[in-house]
Design a binder for this molecule. Structure first.
Ligand SMILES: [Zn+2]
Length: 446
């Protein structure tokens, strides 16, 4: 007997055949999907004590966001005069680094992560790849993120942004925190949290550090996360005489376990380096717009068969449906071509592509027998019939995170009737405002 049966509704699997069932059903046992198909065939073979009726709704894989800095939500609405910034580096050095990152505390990591991951969960994002930036509280800080994820019931890959930006000791502390956290979670069977090794950028680390971190990641069997080519290539050329993708290739940093975030300033030759080393990409359209940083050549990378996923960097809304829509539209206008990035490809960025980007495609990203039961149920409000052949179009055109009604992670209901099941949302909101207010005072913003 199964534990949960989701029956009825338009079930989009995102499997290799892109099967969509008009009146589908899913049987869940423990934390995994044990059967998926038409309602008639699944109901004939499975019963369960818990039945979720999804008739008239859309059932889809939980979305996956491959780049977040959840403590950064304290920067939302911060009184900052953007007119004083002339470049993305200005934005970092005059605001972000001193006033946000360096003011982050253990408590603010905990409450912001509860708030941000909770907001993502309610809007359909079941897995996040989190990179914590908190140079004043490095040791043990990742435990605060994991604690929040554990309480919410969502899934996360967590790393610390190690960097020599401040000094050698801080870089060392960052590397150690990554290693400690990765080892702590490595052997936790069926856990919802895993670690990776995070590095800020090639610009803020030496070649020696890049080589060393690569070696550590290889020894541990851990993946790597790094921001790449967000800033203009001239700055890297001045430092190294080469661009970031070339420096990363020359230091043997690259490989299929590398998640490269942003990848804006990429030449065809550098895209070929990514292809050669099977580097995965996290595309963050909205934060790239905010920084005036440019448009990543996502269409070109996808054409080369490079795995591309979506992140949001924690600026603006945390509703990943908005970022899917942004990617769908931005590249059409950028290329003056409505044919690029069809709807299915945009949805892939936040599901199957994202699972591959995190090397978790055997576990999540699609609804298939044997995979983790990370499932969202959407109550759509579209002006057209709900047809299987319109699964992708309906998601792109008419669905927002607010339409997500029920969310399951690891076979457990964590959002019910649009509310978080495991935590007190009002308490989290109150505490995150308190933390944000205190941080703004520390940084002199208010
Ligand atoms: Zn980032």
């Amino acid at each position: 007997m199964a534990d949960i049966l989701i029956r009825g509704g338009l079930v989009g699997t995102q499997d290799a055949q892109r099967r969509v069932f008009a009146d589908g059903a899913i049987a869940i046992e423990g934390n995994r999907i044990v059967a998926i198909g038409t309602r008639a065939e699944i109901e004939a073979a499975h019963s369960a004590p818990t039945i979720i009726d999804a008739s008239g709704k859309i059932v889809a894989p939980g979305l996956i966001c491959t780049h977040t800095h959840m403590p950064s939500v304290v920067g939302h609405n911060m009184p900052v005069d953007f007119s004083k910034f002339r470049s993305f580096m200005d934005l970092l050095t005059k605001w972000w680094w001193p006033d946000v990152e360096e003011q982050t505390t253990y408590d603010s990591i905990y409450w912001t992560t509860l708030w941000a991951a909770g907001k993502m969960l309610k809007t359909g994002t079941t897995t996040v790849c989190e990179m914590v930036e908190a140079p004043s509280v490095v040791g043990g800080c990742l435990d605060k993120s994991a604690e929040a994820i554990g309480e919410l019931g969502s899934r996360a890959v967590i790393c610390y942004e190690s960097t020599q930006r401040i000094d050698e000791a801080n870089a060392e502390a960052g590397i150690n925190e990554n290693v400690r956290f990765f080892k702590k979670w490595k052997d936790v069977r069926e856990g919802r949290v895993t670690g990776r090794i995070g590095v800020h950028t090639a610009f803020t680390t030496s070649e020696e550090m890049l080589r060393r971190v690569r070696g550590i990641a290889t020894d541990l069997g851990a993946g790597l996360v790094i921001h790449v080519a967000e800033i203009p290539p001239a700055m890297l050329e001045e430092k190294y005489g080469r661009t970031a993708p070339v420096v990363l290739r020359d230091t043997a940093f690259l490989g299929p376990d590398v998640l490269a975030v942003h990848c804006i300033h990429m030449t065809p030759e550098e895209i070929a380096i990514w292809k050669e080393h099977d580097v995965k990409v996290s595309h963050t359209p909205m934060s790239n717009m905010l920084g005036g940083s440019g448009v990543a050549p996502m269409v070109e990378m996808l054409a080369q068969g490079i795995t591309v996923s979506l992140g949001h960097d924690c600026f603006f809304t945390l509703d990943l449906f908005q970022y899917v829509r942004m990617a769908y539209l931005l590249h059409k206008v950028h290329h003056h071509n409505p044919g690029v990035i069809p709807a299915f490809q945009a949805i892939d960025l936040a599901t199957t592509g994202a699972a591959k980007a995190l090397q978790m495609e055997r576990e999540i990203g699609s609804l298939e027998v044997g995979k983790k039961a990370d499932i969202i149920i959407i109550q759509p409000n579209q002006p057209s019939p709900l047809l299987p052949q319109l699964f992708y179009d309906t998601l792109i055109n008419d669905v927002d995170g607010a339409d997500v009604e029920t969310v399951l992670v690891d076979g457990k209901v964590v959002v019910k009737d649009r509310k978080l099941v495991n935590v007190d949302e009002e308490e989290i909101r109150r505490k995150v405002v308190e933390e944000t207010t205190a941080l703004w005072k520390r940084s002199g913003a208010i």
